[in-house]
Design a protein around this ligand. Structure first.
Ligand SMILES: Nc1ncnc2c1ncn2[C@@H]1O[C@H](COP(=O)(O)OP(=O)(O)OP(=O)(O)O)[C@@H](O)[C@H]1O
Length: 257
């Protein structure tokens, strides 16, 4: 578990500036929700937090991302270290469909250069699936393909896959938007339990979800000619009950976006 701090993040795709000097502290052991209308740069910001932004050829950025004080963009740090410490779960569950549930969970180990014995893997699979709230449902069919699970189970499998490499931070980009309400509830409960072992940052369009799962919240906005920036951030309860900026009030009350 670690505190993630973005300082003065400005981002471009080619000459299109999409973020302007975004600074935000995402405290250890808490869930931070990033909210705001479509296109205001939430996903771009999230992808900057684990160095995925640089995978887009036209992308560039300025600013710093500090993980417990260490800049993840420091040239002396390896890219794989940032990815190992800061995991990501995407909108659409993306397990390897033909691979077994077991192998899906341990799939990230090789990629990050972690060697593990059979016993260690067995332990890691049970631990990660338990943390992701999926163990009881799959413990008798660990050799069945991951693609055979329901959408909600697949998303929890992806969470387990991320947890297996023991990240300090877990980034979640609209993790429930492809799921039904029951699966959404299960993922939200899982997040509540996970936050004691990993710092969570979630992008969500669902205001009720932001209120249910997060303790911190940041409202992003982009407007004509103005790149995405944070209008207001702070305690989730305060942001929803007594926002300072009228645009935050309008957004959290469903008046635009
Ligand atoms: N790969 C890309 N190449 C060029 N422009 C991009 C790329 N990805 C995003 N953008 C642009 O960057 C801006 C911010 O997009 P981003 O996806 O970060 O916003 P968002 O707030 O996450 O939106 P949504 O809520 O719809 O997912 C948009 O103008 C978008 O068109």
């Amino acid at each position: 578990m670690a505190t993630l701090e973005a300082r003065g993040i400005t981002a471009w795709f080619g000459d299109h500036q999409v973020l302007d000097r975004v600074s935000l502290t995402m405290p250890a052991g808490q869930v931070t929700a990033l909210i705001g209308p479509s296109g205001c740069g939430k996903s771009t910001f999230l992808r900057i937090l684990n160095r995925m932004h640089e995978l887009v050829p036209s992308a560039s950025l300025a600013g710093e991302v500090l993980l417990d004080g260490d800049d993840i963009y420091d040239p002396a740090r390896r890219l794989t270290d940032a990815r190992k410490d800061i995991g990501m779960v995407f909108q659409k569950p993306n397990p390897f469909p033909a691979m077994s549930i077991y192998d899906n969970v341990v799939a990230g180990l090789k990629l990050t250069g972690v060697r593990a014995s059979r016993d260690e893997k067995d332990y890691l699979v049970e631990r990660s699936l338990t943390s992701a709230g999926l163990w009881k449902e799959v413990k008798d069919r660990l050799r069945a393909p991951g693609g055979g699970l329901s959408g909600g189970q697949q998303q929890r499998l992806c969470i387990a896959r991320s947890l297996a490499i023991k990240p300090k931070v877990l980034l979640m980009d609209e993790p429930c938007s492809a799921l039904d309400p029951t699966s959404t509830r299960v993922i939200e409960e899982t997040m509540g339990e996970l936050q004691h072992e990993v710092t969570i940052v979630i992008v969500t369009h669902n205001m009720q979800q932001a209120q249910r799962v997060s303790q911190q919240c940041a409202f992003f906005l982009a407007s004509q000619g103005q790149p995405g920036h944070i209008v207001e951030h702070g305690d989730t309860e305060a942001m929803f009950d007594s926002p300072i900026d009228p645009r935050t009030y309008d957004y959290v009350n469903g008046r635009f976006g």
